[in-house]
Design a protein around this ligand. Structure first.
Ligand code: DGL
Length: 255
């Protein structure tokens, strides 16, 4: 099969990457997407980096063997732990990794909260990003591992989620101007996060930037498939997650 016709793989530890998949489908409507969520091993963000690297490489190797023209790592945690080794292992396809959208946030705001997994926040990649942005704003990193699990359960507006976010984010309400959703699960809890931080807070996530970068990489190679009749195939290491995956994919994108 010609390279242009092959699907684009999109990977996350679980269901969060579907927030990136929605942006990809919007920007590249002619492409076929093969989404794989590793919910059987989620959450990744509380595991050692070496384990996340191995889990991620195993999944991408299996998808690569089936025939893909690009791999999008729709997981900030897996990008932090594995993007370098992945690019070295699959040099003939673009491997695009999402990262916390800190740069656009500090370009417009003075006090910025970064919500992500513990692994993302302690990896070198984030330390380098912090260093680049530190002079521009007051940046506060905040690990929120439990929020991943709320989204994995499909709890996007339950009283338990509201109470958890009030506890975690309440102390920052009125004290920050923007929050970076540095984990791909978090955009699904956007409304609840906004309610906990107060309506005036601007929220940033990396899904559009990742979709734009994917388009750029395909254009550079002449591998874009035009038109608007692409397909989406959803797969998961825990197949019972597929109904919830379909529900999340169908949710409208919110600002
Ligand atoms: N969705 C992933 C991210 O963007 C991590 C979730 C997890 O801890 O598995 O960081």
């Amino acid at each position: 099969m010609e390279r242009t016709e092959l699907p684009i793989a999109v990977f996350d530890s679980g269901l969060g990457g579907i927030s990136v998949l929605r942006a990809l489908v919007q920007r590249l409507p002619g492409e076929d997407f093969l989404y794989f969520g590793d919910s059987a091993n989620a959450p990744y963000g509380v595991r050692p980096a070496e384990e996340v690297r191995r889990l991620t490489q195993d999944v991408i190797a299996r998808l690569y063997d089936r025939g893909i023209k690009a791999a999008v790592i729709a997981c900030n945690t897996a990008t932090s732990a594995a993007i370098g080794p992945l690019r070295a292992a699959f040099p003939d396809i673009p491997v695009i990794g999402i990262e916390p959208a800190l740069k656009p946030a500090v370009a417009h705001h003075r006090r910025v909260l970064v919500l992500a997994t513990p692994l993302t926040l302690r990896e070198e990649k984030f330390a380098a990003l912090m260093q680049q942005c530190a002079g521009c704003a007051e940046i506060t990193p905040l690990p929120c591992p439990e929020l991943v699990e709320f989204v994995e359960r499909g709890e996007l507006d339950s009283p338990a989620l509201t109470a958890y976010l009030a506890r975690q984010l309440g102390p920052y309400a009125g004290r920050v101007d923007a929050a970076v959703l540095g984990c791909t699960h978090f955009p699904f809890a956007r409304r609840a996060i906004r309610a906990a931080l107060g309506g005036g807070v601007a929220l940033y996530d990396g899904s559009d930037g990742t979709a734009r970068e994917t388009l750029r990489q395909l254009v550079r190679r002449g591998w874009v498939r035009g038109g608007s009749h692409g397909t989406v195939t959803l797969e998961n290491s825990r197949p019972s997650e597929l109904p919830l995956s379909r529900r999340l994919l169908a949710l409208p994108r919110e600002d």
